[in-house]
Design a protein around this ligand. Structure first.
Ligand code: GN1
Ligand code: MG
Length: 370
């Protein structure tokens, strides 16, 4: 189906004047649609929910319905009470003309339209400490917003997501295939990454063990709080919204904390090829943590705090493992534009993990001082 015909199945005022690919997501296909009439313009985001990744795209939409409903009510009530120091925003689902939250096309693909957060942008890399602090505040505020949601109304969006032991098992399975073995033996770099993983198998289990022992408890979390999912207000420079709500579900907030930091504290970005540029930036980490703690510090227990360092070390390892496994499996999960891209992405995350390990003492000292 033509995209313009598809987007017109949603309830949007005006006439479609532009429809262009938008953003740099690794999973869903995203477009910006602009509608105009004589007096006004509406910009919306059209997305195809990736069926290869999300086994039940309808579940993603049911969850999004619940999350946005809960958060919009809370945002409105806080605004009325004058509790906020800024305007916090969250995208809204735009319904189809048949009143459903999504449209299924002739190939069975699920499409949705959500509002665009206007006069705001997300960046692919941290712009400096002020930006990092605002990212921390936005994630902390988001955790506050979802903290009192009933987790039982959310269905598992992505079974196995952020279960590092599961990614290791998948990696081990992939390594049994001939095509993966061929790729591994064809390059020194791939062998080096495989060795990196072998040396850290214990690390992979740190949060799962703490959860199993009852030290850490699941709460609602975002699942994908990387820097380009955090919207910054163009006018004030303040964090204003978290986007990409597909994976909001019960989980450890440590996964969000570590994932945000692995993305924010690596100003070289996820796609750089010169590894000497990849360094875990502690100034950005300090700024992020200050912003986060201001909004969410009150939620954290002593046990939560004790595992923050482990989360900062774990998440780049886990993502590197996911990229490397996908490379060996023939690039079936993350979108790529060239065959070695997932190998390179894995190199970057493992270098970042090493950089965190080299700074363990000072990162722990920083976390203690918060
Ligand atoms: C994917 O969709 P996107 O690009 O925001 C991935 C995240 C990774 C990220 C790395 C559902 O996120 O887990 O951290 O790529 N999302 C999913 O860039 O797997
Ligand atoms: Mg995503």
């Amino acid at each position: 189906m033509e995209l313009s015909i598809l987007v017109n199945k949603f309830n949007i005022k005006g006439r479609l004047v532009s429809l262009q690919p938008f953003g740099n997501g690794n999973i869903n296909d995203t477009f910006l649609a602009i509608y105009r009439n004589t007096f006004s313009e509406t910009q919306v985001i059209l997305q195809r929910v990736n069926r290869n990744v999300f086994p039940q795209p309808e579940v993603i939409m049911e969850n999004m319905h619940e999350v946005t409903k809960h958060c919009h009510e809370k945002l409105e009530s806080d605004a009325e009470k004058g509790l906020d120091d800024r305007v916090w925003q969250m995208p809204r689902i735009i319904k189809a003309k048949d009143s459903r939250d999504y449209v299924i096309d002739d190939k069975g693909e699920v499409w949705r339209v959500i509002t665009r957060i206007m006069s705001a942008h997300a960046f692919d890399v941290a712009q400096g400490p002020e930006h990092a602090m605002e990212c921390g505040a936005a994630l902390g505020h988001f955790h506050y917003l979802i903290s009192d949601m009933d987790p039982s109304i959310i269905k598992d969006p992505l079974p196995g997501f952020h279960i590092t032991s599961g990614y290791l098992a998948k990696y081990d399975e992939t390594l049994k295939t001939k095509s993966a073995k061929d790729l591994l033996f064809a390059s020194m770099e791939a062998k080096r990454l495989a060795k990196f993983i072998e040396e850290r198998r214990d690390l992979a289990l740190c949060l799962e063990k703490a959860e199993g022992a009852g030290e850490l408890k699941k709460r609602m979390f975002h699942g994908d709080p990387k820097v380009n999912n955090i919207m910054i207000d163009d006018v004030t420079g303040k964090g204003t919204a978290m986007i990409d709500l597909d994976t909001v579900s019960p989980g450890l907030i440590h996964l969000d904390f570590g994932d945000a930091l692995r993305s924010i504290c690596n100003p070289a970005g996820e796609e750089v090829s010169n590894l000497s540029k990849v360094v875990f930036d502690e100034d950005l980490c300090t700024a992020f943590c200050k912003g986060y703690m201001r909004e969410a510090g009150a939620f954290l227990t002593d046990a939560d705090r004790a595992y923050l360092y482990d989360s900062i070390r774990l998440l780049p390892f886990e993502l590197g493992l996911r990229f490397f496994q996908d490379y060996l499996a023939g690039n079936v999960y993350f979108k790529t534009t060239q065959p070695e891209q997932n190998l390179n992405r894995a190199r970057v995350q493992f270098r970042l993990c090493e950089s965190v390990e080299a700074r363990e003492r000072s990162i722990r000292a920083l976390l203690k001082s918060l």
